[in-house]
Design a protein around this ligand. Structure first.
Ligand code: CP
Ligand code: NVA
Length: 305
């Protein structure tokens, strides 16, 4: 049987994704009740970070430990990856010693190349194109606060970036409608848009995008790797700030999410994370629970003799 990876939301069926969300909720409840779930004793996750991270690193590392296993942090600065060892060679070697590998990288192709040479599951911890782990947490957060997202409307405001692309994949897989409001020239991936068909609509007007929306979400205007464009983007994206007035124009039961880190005063107003409609802290915590469900599914459990 071929190895299953998690490089994109499209790697699993809608039922599998819904099952992961349900399991994430169960694991959260079990942790609250102090019950140990440790199927991954002796298992090791390697975590390659070519970009900075707080949530992804800590949630994967804590998640593996809670499941009974361990995680190893690998930075290209301290490994031969940073000195040009081919990705395929690294994949062969690392996957002979580890039980799964999580990678946060720039080019999505790096993940594909690693996965092609890996004998263990590879997880996308964010690439320039996609951030599927965040979407597992976001879908869990919506389910906890509002129930099923199927048939609902979400609005993405800002850059058509990796997070926006993963929202498009989630809209396809979970059956919700997505309105994207971005400045001209900053639209999401064209192929994904074509695949999404009627699920996704792009506008350049944030108020149009949020009309009737049950979920409003945004992200930084300059992603990691785009630091040089930051000041140009700041001016261009100004009309796309999410603030209380914009949320007032959405559905009366709207909730607001941000994958974090947030830049207050830029993509969100200073006060937005304190608004009662924001569920961003729950969303951040759910990275832990949702990814534990993912690890439980992907990493072979320990066999006791
Ligand atoms: N949302 C998210 O992925 O956060 P980190 O960059 O801190 O991992
Ligand atoms: N779009 C952001 C997400 C960070 C979690 C970035 O890629 O930097």
């Amino acid at each position: 049987m071929s190895i299953r990876h998690f490089l994109s939301m499209m790697d699993y069926t809608p039922d599998e994704l819904k099952g992961l969300v349900r399991r994430g909720m169960e694991l959260k409840d079990l942790r609250r009740r102090g019950e140990l779930v440790q199927p991954l004793k002796g298992r090791i996750l390697g975590m390659i970070f070519e970009k900075a991270s707080t949530r992804t690193r800590v949630s994967f590392e804590a998640g593996m430990i809670q499941l009974g296993g361990q995680a190893i942090f690998l930075s290209p600065r301290d490994t031969q990856l940073g000195r040009g060892e081919p990705i395929g060679d690294s994949a062969r070697v690392l996957s002979s010693m580890l039980d799964a590998v999580m990678i946060r990288t720039f080019a999505h192709q790096t993940l594909l190349d690693f996965a092609a040479h890996s004998r263990v599951p590879v997880i996308n911890g964010l690439s320039d194109d996609l951030h599927p782990c965040q979407l597992l947490a976001d879908m869990q957060t919506f389910a906890e606060h509002r129930g099923s997202i199927a048939g609902k409307t979400a609005a993405w405001i800002g850059d058509g970036n990796n997070m926006c692309n993963s929202y498009i994949e989630a809209a396809i897989q979970f059956g919700f409608h997505l309105n994207v409001a971005c400045p001209p020239g900053y639209e999401p991936d064209e192929r994904l848009m074509a695949r999404a068909g009627d699920c996704v609509r792009v506008t350049h007007d944030p108020r149009d995008a949020v009309a009737g929306a049950h979920l409003v979400t945004t992200d930084v205007w300059a992603s990691m790797g785009q630091e040089k464009e930051a000041s140009e983007r700041l001016a261009l994206f100004k009309p796309y700030q999410v603030n209380r007035a914009l949320l007032d124009a959405a559905a009366s039961d709207v909730i607001f999410m941000h994958c974090l880190p947030a830049h207050r005063g830029e993509e969100i107003s200073e006060d937005l994370l304190d608004d009662s409609r924001s569920v961003a802290w729950d969303q951040a915590e759910n990275r832990l629970h949702a990814q534990k469900a993912l690890l439980e599914m992907l990493v072979a459990p320990t066999h006791t003799a």
